[in-house]
Design a protein around this ligand. Structure first.
Ligand SMILES: *Cc1c(COP(=O)(O)O)cnc(C)c1O
Length: 398
């Protein structure tokens, strides 16, 4: 296989998957793998879900794309459905997480300008991940991802994550129009915000008339055992962004808004040729239907507990294992040293996993994972981590 005609933006593992079924994948050589990554929190329903496959085939046979110059009934239904689940008033559909966040950033700026704020500024977090377009890269808290793409976009103020005092110190800044954050940071290394922190942020945003914008691109659509991770804290944001799990692999992103935020955009302010087309909207509707009908929220929570419990039993307290954390089926095992090699070792053992932030093994299995499969995941991964820690020098650990 030659990759010479692809721009070198990725460094793929030398494995290609030919088909999948549930939590299982088969590569082009016929080898089977347990999927603990779900295409980076995308394939919540697992692979080849019969209800999704049928719905997509039926829609493809009717109509795939028409553009937003016309009404798209499937899009209107998807908006109604996802807004009801999220307590939001309306939705804008894009094609990725970055685009969902672009919409949120534009919405916040326009809201600011409508209120007479000249230099509309958005508070963002250290270790945040919001995408790789220039605006979302500027909002992202990774110098590694940003390096070389300067000048970055202005209009963002960065504070430490989960540190309310750091945001409160900005309360007198008249340029601030919004706060944008993940309630559970994914790419940044599985960092969980406290419910109390989120409630204080909500109250501060109310007091200052700032929009509270939650990036649920990775943590949303059942991943943590609720529809959206922020629902564990009881807060209701002004803006929510979604993507990864929403279309089960069909590219769709969404920016949801409520109250004043829902009234900001007028015709001509924002748009997307592909956004919310019939096919992707059916993918989203079907994904939400299956999660609801199959009770996958409760299931994801239960499986997450089993998985985390198993990992803790096997790995907690072992030298080199710093922490095991996360919510539902969005879990991280932090080691004391860079551990990218775990991905290769896991693949060799028939397990698809991921390492983020250099030293955090990230687990994002499909929501449909069963108990026996969760136990199998632990049984494959735990010995591998122990062997890695025994062999790989901790010298590089800082
Ligand atoms: C993946 C991710 C994004 C970017 O989504 P893309 O579809 O890759 O553009 C944004 N925010 C969060 C929290 C993510 O995990």
């Amino acid at each position: 296989m030659s990759a010479t005609h692809l721009m070198q933006t990725y460094a793929p593992q030398p494995v290609a998957f030919a088909r999948g079924d549930g939590v299982w994948l088969w590569d082009t050589e016929g080898k089977r793998y347990l999927d603990a990554l779900a295409g980076i929190a995308v394939n919540g329903l697992g692979h080849n879900h019969p209800v999704l496959v049928r719905a997509l085939a039926e829609q493809a046979a009717k109509i795939i794309h028409t553009s937003n110059l016309f009404r798209v009934p499937e899009q209107e239904r998807a908006a109604e459905r996802v807004c009801a689940l999220a307590n939001m008033d309306n939705a804008f559909f894009a094609n990725s997480g970055a685009e969902a966040n672009e919409a949120a950033i534009k919405l916040a700026r326009l809201h600011g300008h409508q209120r007479g704020v000249e230099n509309a500024t958005i508070v963002v977090m250290e270790k945040a991940w919001h995408g790789r377009t220039l605006a979302t890269l500027s909002a992202t808290g990774s110098r590694k991802a940003q390096a070389g793409f300067e000048p970055l976009m202005g209009g963002f103020l960065r504070v430490p994550y989960n540190d309310f005092a750091a945001v409160e110190r900005l309360a007198d800044n008249q340029s601030i129009v919004a706060v944008l954050l993940e309630v559970l940071q994914g790419e940044g290394g599985i960092h969980v915000a406290d419910a109390e922190y989120l409630r204080k942020l909500r109250a501060l945003c109310d007091r200052k008339q700032w929009l509270l914008m939650i990036d649920e691109v990775q943590s949303g659509i059942g991943r943590t055992g609720k529809w959206f991770a922020h629902q564990w804290s009881g807060i209701v944001p002004d803006v929510i962004t979604l993507a990864k799990g929403l279309g089960s692999g069909v590219p769709i992103g969404a920016c949801l808004a409520r109250g004043v935020a829902a009234k900001v955009f007028k015709p001509g302010n924002h748009g997307s040729t592909f956004g919310g087309g019939p096919l992707v909207s059916v993918a989203a509707l079907t994904t939400l239907d299956v999660i609801e009908k199959d009770g996958l929220l409760e299931h994801a929570k239960a499986m997450g507990d089993i998985l985390k419990g198993g990992l803790e039993r096997e790995l907690s307290g072992i030298a080199g294992v710093k922490d095991i954390r996360g919510m539902g089926l969005m879990l991280g095992i932090e080691l004391d040293r860079p551990c990218g090699d775990i991905v290769k070792r896991a693949l060799a053992a028939g397990l698809v996993t991921n390492v983020t932030a250099d030293r955090v093994i990230r687990l994002l299995p499909p929501l449909v994972i069963q108990e026996a499969e969760a136990r199998q995941l632990v049984a494959i991964l735990a010995p591998l981590v122990k062997a890695f820690l025994a062999e790989a020098p901790a010298a590089a650990a800082a």
